[in-house]
Design a binder for this molecule. Structure first.
Ligand SMILES: [Zn+2]
Length: 71
């Protein structure tokens, strides 16, 4: 699986919404990919900010939502 596919799964992975297979794929990719580790930590920071801004209105931090806000 390539970085772009892993990165699409990262927000679901953060929220523990990925299947066991997806989780394994993401974790094994993260072990060897600094770019995606970076992406995950950025995602954590962004989600923290978004949740604060939304005052917990958004139960989950979805990647599509983040991308829309970043564009
Ligand atoms: Zn990667």
């Amino acid at each position: 699986m390539g970085c772009s596919q892993v990165q699409l799964l990262l927000s679901a992975y953060r929220d523990k919404m990925t299947s066991r297979e997806e989780t394994q794929v993401v974790e094994s990719h993260l072990e060897s990919c600094v770019d995606c580790q970076d992406m995950l930590s950025q995602l954590n920071q962004i989600c923290l900010v978004l949740r604060t801004l939304d005052n917990l209105k958004a139960p989950r931090c979805l990647w599509q939502d983040i991308k829309r806000r970043l564009d």
